[in-house]
Design a protein around this ligand. Structure first.
Ligand code: FES
Length: 61
């Protein structure tokens, strides 16, 4: 699913970045550009980061 229409970044791209250590929308923007243009996708980026981290935490238990 496209998350950022400005860059064409998908939720998979963002999940991969979070898996590689990105933990803020700024870090995601620096890595792939999503959120760095109009900024409309930042809320979605933060939600994806939060749920990916939650999955990480529950997988570690
Ligand atoms: S939709 Fe992501 S920066 Fe515009």
């Amino acid at each position: 699913m496209y998350v950022c229409l400005c860059t064409g970044a998908t939720s998979q791209t963002v999940c991969d970045l979070v898996a590689r250590g990105a933990s803020t929308s700024k870090e995601v923007a620096a890595a792939c550009g999503a959120g760095a243009d109009c900024g409309r996708c930042r809320r979605t980026l933060r939600a994806i980061i939060a749920s990916a981290r939650q999955l990480d935490t529950s997988a570690a238990r």
